[in-house]
Ligand binder design. Structure first.
Ligand code: SF4
Length: 668
């Protein structure tokens, strides 16, 4: 038996260390947590502990599929790689004179730097149009960067001496599970631990068991709460005046701004948080010797997501404690991904177009694209306006190539499906965006005959299309070497040697906070935001519900049993997840005349879908929650929940406004 250290490849901040066991024939045997990983310490979440279910699934794609007949009436049939590649050449080669008609449609199905980004090299060499990736955290990143520049923040491995923990828009129990033991230890020691969210999340329930508590805010009102606390910080002397003067831009202007309004009565009215609680939060933050303010991206996937983050970051800045806040940590790594992507290979006549990912349905429907390459992504259920995405991919004049492990909803719309390997069947390099660890993962087991890695599949496409040698004369192992060599000035010899041994290596914050803002200071006044039509100061702007008029806010919460649409082809994961429910408050259900288990129709201007009601004391009035990304087959209409989500973007970052969705609800 051989044991190989690897990293969990899923799009999750914890980027856990794993050990893969393989037999003498290098076949996958088992997988478990790696106890020597400094952050995850041998523990995997429940869904990934069962990852082997995917590798050994009978539903796994083992050979290419090509469409025989039309999309409307034809079917996907098994084919050889040669036939699949010949089909691609036949349909894509004629588009090379107008390469902007080819779309690279990809996301984060595999977080390895090589497997995720190498296909882009091939797309660049074709001259294809790209997506901007605004499906997740671009608004919160844009807001954070307005104030702080890079995303560094607190070291999540060093929180045990905190004397106050505030989790803001962060359902730790579902999304940052490895922070839980430290938070639990602190709570049990009597440290105040509070979570701010829009419903009683799993995290709030856990805190209540440990002696902590939750604070519920009205959806989209986080900026009002942060500005109200900032006003109290100025009034009560919690502001670090020296820090404000020396390290921040616009301190006096910001102080005048928050003092000009944002009193307790106003905050209570705007947020629904009792004035006494707002006051208490200000004291807890202001008096803490060292706090941890951990934000998630829950408040960020909104029309006002960037502004909410700017307000919270500005609050932390005036307290003089940027090192106590954690949003993400990706700026610590400074990896030179450009050597993998190679945008320099673009043909001179290509336009380097980039479209908004959240509007990809509209773009596909328009007929603008003649060919689409999809990898690491299931846009037919995970993108906003997913009915339009499906309509666009389903056009007879759009040639769709999907590189996938299973026949996903997107693969079903393809002309060619190429079978993909799993991450542990490839070499790669992984970094977290939550903690500060980097790990080189060697190929831990052999894939079955048929599936190819992202690198090998796209190299084969490149060769068939006659693209430059740099696109096909490559191996993943060599690409990891190139990426590390290009990034090596940020890593010392000891770290590089540890990476060679497969160890997770902790990087340090390269420079001080504020780096990356135009002024080089922490910016409470942001001319960059103003130039993009936003207020220069963090300002409360009510969420407009993405212009929807439904009575309920729709909360598409993360699932603890699946990972977006990953694990949708594992019967065990789906059993654990159980039936898809629309959770709502008992009074709302009563007004709708609905009981637990009744079929409810959720609808808005975009779509309508039917889900069984779940009555939950965890839900406040006016919210309806669906966990995870249900499969299309989980509703009678055979559409996923993102059919209800609009393609309207957030205030900055051209990001999704998932949680701004409004729906009407009625009994079926
Ligand atoms: S999904 Fe997240 S918590 Fe689960 S094993 Fe992967 S990195 Fe760890």
């Amino acid at each position: 038996m051989t044991t190989t250290p690897v990293t969990c490849p899923l799009d999750c901040a914890d980027a856990c260390g794993m050990l893969v066991e393989s037999d003498a024939q290098q076949r996958f045997v088992a997988l478990r947590g790696n106890p020597s990983h400094g952050y995850s310490r041998g523990v995997l979440c429940g869904k990934t502990a069962l990852y082997g279910e995917l590798l050994n699934s009978s539903e796994r794609l083992l050979q290419p599929l090509v469409r025989r007949g039309s999309k409307a009436g034809g079917s996907l049939e098994p084919a050889s790689w040669d036939e699949a590649l010949a089909r691609i050449v036949e349909r894509v080669a004629p588009l090379r004179a107008t390469p902007e008609r080819i779309l690279a449609l990809w996301y984060a199905g595999n977080m390895g730097r090589i497997q995720r980004f190498f296909p882009l090299r091939v797309m660049h060499a074709l001259g294809a149009t790209n997506v901007d990736g605004g499906l997740c955290d671009n608004s919160t990143t844009a807001g954070y960067e307005c104030v702080f520049g890079g995303a560094y923040g607190a070291d999540l491995e060093q929180v045990d001496d905190c004397d106050f923990v505030l989790l803001w828009g962060c359902d730790m129990a579902r999304t940052v599970q490895h922070l839980q033991p430290a938070v639990q230890r602190l709570a049990r020691r009597g440290v105040s631990v509070v979570a701010i969210d829009i419903y009683r999340t799993d995290t709030i329930q856990a805190l209540e068991r440990w002696g902590g508590r939750g604070v519920l805010v009205k959806p989209g009102s986080d900026a009002a709460l942060a500005l109200g606390i900032a006003r109290l910080a100025f009034e009560r002397g919690y502001v670090d005046r020296e820090f404000l003067a020396q390290r921040c831009l616009g301190g006096a202007t910001f102080e005048a701004h928050v003092r000009s309004g944002h009193d307790l009565a106003w905050v209570e009215q705007a947020t629904g948080v009792p004035a006494a609680t707002v006051s208490e939060l200000a004291d807890l933050l202001g008096r803490a010797r060292r706090f941890l303010l951990k934000t998630g991206i829950g408040f960020g996937r909104r029309r006002v997501g960037a502004m909410s983050m700017r307000a919270i970051a500005s609050l932390v800045a005036v307290l003089g404690r940027p090192e106590c806040m954690h949003y993400e940590s990706f700026s610590c790594f400074q990896l030179e991904d450009s050597v993998i992507e190679r945008a320099d290979l673009r043909p001179p006549h290509s336009r380097a177009d980039v479209i908004q990912h959240v509007k990809v349905g509209r773009e596909l429907e328009s007929g603008r694209f003649g060919a689409v390459f999809v990898w690491g992504h299931n846009p037919a259920v995970t993108c906003p306006e997913s009915l339009r995405v499906r309509g666009g991919l389903g056009r007879e004049d759009v040639f769709v190539v999907v590189h996938e492990q299973f026949r996903t909803e997107t693969a079903e719309l393809a002309d060619v499906v190429l079978p993909a390997t799993f991450a542990m069947e490839n070499d790669d390099l992984y970094r977290s965006y939550g903690h500060r660890r980097l790990q080189r993962a060697r190929k831990a087991c052999e894939p079955p005959p048929g599936p190819r890695s992202n690198v090998d599949a796209f190299a084969a496409i490149a060769k068939a299309l006659g693209l430059p040698r740099a696109c096909h004369d490559v191996r993943a192992e060599q690409l990891v070497d190139e990426l590390l060599a290009a990034s090596s000035r940020h890593l010392d010899e000891g770290q590089l040697a540890a990476l060679e041994r497969g160890e997770s290596v902790k990087v340090s914050q390269p420079r001080g906070e504020g780096v990356g803002t135009p002024s080089g200071k922490i910016e409470l006044v942001s001319n960059r935001a103003a130039a993009r039509g936003q207020p220069a100061l963090a300002t409360y702007v009510p969420d407009d519900g993405a212009l929807g008029r439904g009575r309920f806010w729709l909360v598409c919460a993360p699932s603890v049993h699946t990972h977006n649409s990953t694990f949708s082809h594992s019967a065990r994961h789906i059993r654990r997840r159980g039936e898809v429910r629309a959770w709502l408050h008992a009074e709302d259900a009563r007004e709708l005349g609905a009981s637990d288990g009744d079929a409810l129709v959720l609808s808005n201007e975009l779509a309508s879908l039917t889900v069984r009601a779940g009555i939950s004391e965890r839900m406040p009035r006016g919210l309806v929650r669906i966990d995870g990304v249900p499969r299309a087959e989980d509703t009678p209409e055979r559409v996923g929940v993102n059919a209800l989500v609009s393609g309207e973007t957030s205030d900055l970052g051209e990001s999704n406004s998932l949680y701004s969705t409004r729906v009407d609800v009625r009994r079926a």
